[in-house]
Design a protein around this ligand. Structure first.
Ligand code: SIN
Length: 534
């Protein structure tokens, strides 16, 4: 038996995880939420730009937002799914305002709408340049004080428990998860439903805008439970991450280009001139690729984002957070161009799910970046991610509730506790550090912004060696947080490579010099755990 039992176990504490926990508790469900760091560390918190939603119906429309999303996604999106999310945008914003989230308003009291790459209209609702922080601080505070929600920080999910795997029921379903606690024991968290909301996998790459926690855990956990991963080759590289030795992984929001920022080479030439009609506001895949090509050809280490023509008054007021971050490393954005480089930012693929987060395994749900619903296609439109997280957090809970009311849970007393008999402490933790760094380097060099068949083949060869070492470690030694992350990172890296090898074309974020053309029909790639190395 276990002391941890809930109607819903949420794994992850970004907007989709915390939001769903809150919705579920407001419906009277008991919720356990585990997060491997704290509720103040997530990609949602880092989101600067805002939430894309049709607000100004004088100039904007659902059909424009839908077509911008599909253009950015290069037709790999599912149009009906795009419509599903776009139409729910205004309601999601309203709900956030009702919770007390304060978005920036204009002088007439309406939303001050921002613009970002690929958007044909101003439709990005924001809270200064710290939208994610504002949202999460409100949602987390409510979740932390809700009596039906128990939050377990510094707890790392190890593996899901399915009835089939443990032979404890006639029909396959998820009944809980093994979780590593801060005292390094593994506890059984029994739950009638589980929501994976662990975000993306930026840490699979050497350079990323993501916080340290994004090792793709949920994707690996879901795949091991039997879900397929779709379009995992579609990794979005954000064009503008601050390039400074004292500040790593710092996002410089696309909203700066939305207000007139210009990308320039170190010699002062505009990077996007003649590349795309939208120039600096072209979709991210196009901008990131143009920068990458320039850096490779020139040998420069970075380019500049020049805001100096926009004036100190406007810049300091509109972007106070970015002003301060840059100031802390000696850059005054009103007078100095900002050195930037592209870096891994967002996972456009993910675990196969409906837009309501329903997966192929009963009792298992997903929400947010981890989910592949068909919204983003081959390249996510800027600020559609918080929209997706907010909408899914609410919609998934309807389905969780329905599931709970239509099932009995007789197997909960039979779930085995974690067994680590015969397991010893790891003799050499350097193996973990070495492999972690090697994966991130090889993914950056071989499976980055521009790929080729031979680079993908080399990457797969290296992953095979690393995987063998990690698997041996996992089964023979006591598990640690680092080992769990590395095991997951390896699976995700391999899945990205396999997906990239399956796509015999270049489309959106996936650019393979051996298949430079786009195929006539847009098709998803899919990888299951059975296709991966043992
Ligand atoms: C940004 O502010 O540039 C990031 C927003 C996003 O990824 O949608």
């Amino acid at each position: 038996m276990t002391k941890f039992h809930s109607d819903l176990l949420v794994i992850g504490s970004g907007l989709s995880g915390l939001g769903a926990a809150l919705h579920a508790a407001e419906r009277g469900l008991t919720v356990a939420l585990v997060t491997k760091n704290s509720v103040s560390v997530s990609c949602s918190i880092e989101a600067q730009g805002g939430i894309a939603s049709v607000i100004d119906i004088q100039t904007d429309s659902f059909s424009k937002h839908i077509s911008d999303t599909i253009n950015a996604g290069v037709g790999l999106n599912k149009p009906e799914i795009v419509e599903y999310f776009v139409r729910r945008g205004p309601e999601a914003i309203k709900e956030m305002e009702l919770r007390g989230i304060r978005f920036t308003k204009n002088s007439k009291g309406g939303f001050d709408l921002g613009k970002e790459g690929g958007h044909s209209e101003r439709r990005v609702v924001h809270a200064g340049d710290i939208t994610g922080q504002q949202i999460i601080s409100v949602v987390a505070q409510e979740a932390l004080k809700h009596p039906l929600i128990s939050i377990y920080e510094n707890h790392t999910a190890v593996d899901l428990i399915t009835t089939n795997k443990f032979k404890i029921g006639s029909d396959n379903r998820v009944v809980g998860c093994y979780v590593l606690t801060p005292d390094e024991s593994v506890e059984l968290f029994a739950a009638n439903t589980v929501l994976l909301a662990t975000g993306g996998c930026g840490k699979v790459y050497l350079y990323t805008s993501n916080p340290r926690v994004t090792s793709g855990d949920g994707v690996a956990i879901g795949m091991r439970a039997g879900l397929s991963a779709i379009n995992m080759e579609m990794i979005q590289f954000h064009p503008t991450i601050l390039h400074h030795e004292k500040a790593t992984s710092v996002l410089i929001s696309e909203a700066l280009r939305g207000e007139g920022g210009i990308l320039k080479t170190v010699d002062g030439n505009p990077v996007m001139e003649g590349v795309h009609p939208l120039k600096d506001l072209a979709p991210r895949d196009i901008v990131a690729r143009a920068i990458d090509a320039h850096l490779k050809q020139s040998g420069d280490d970075f380019i500049y984002l020049d805001m100096t023509h926009l004036g100190a008054d406007f810049l300091y007021k509109r972007f106070p957070n970015i002003t301060n971050i840059c100031k802390s490393v000696g850059i005054d954005i009103a007078n100095d161009p900002i050195p930037v480089v592209p870096a891994a930012h967002y996972m456009c693929g993910g675990l196969k799910a409906t837009p309501e987060g329903v997966t192929d395994i009963p009792g298992l749900f997903v929400a947010g970046e981890i989910a592949h619903t068909g919204l983003h296609g081959a390249n996510r439109l800027a600020s559609n991610s918080l929209l997706e997280a907010a909408v899914m957090a609410r919609e998934v809970v309807h389905h969780i509730d329905t599931y709970l009311h239509s099932h009995d849970f007789p197997e909960k007393c039979n779930i085995p506790l974690w067994n680590d008999e015969g397991i010893t402490d790891s003799p050499e933790n350097i193996v973990i550090k070495q492999n972690w760094e090697e994966i991130r380097h090889l993914m950056w060099n071989y499976v980055g912004i521009v790929r080729s068949n031979s680079r993908l083949k080399r990457a797969m060869k290296r992953i095979a060696v690393i995987k063998e070492e990690i698997t041996e470690y996992y089964w023979n030694f006591k598990i640690t947080n680092d080992l769990i992350e590395l095991r997951n990172l390896t699976i995700v890296a391999e899945t990205i490579i396999r997906s990239a090898q399956k796509r015999k074309e270049s489309r959106g974020l996936h650019h393979n010099i051996d298949f430079p053309e786009r195929q006539a029909k847009a098709e998803d790639t899919s990888v299951s755990i059975e296709e991966l190395l043992p």
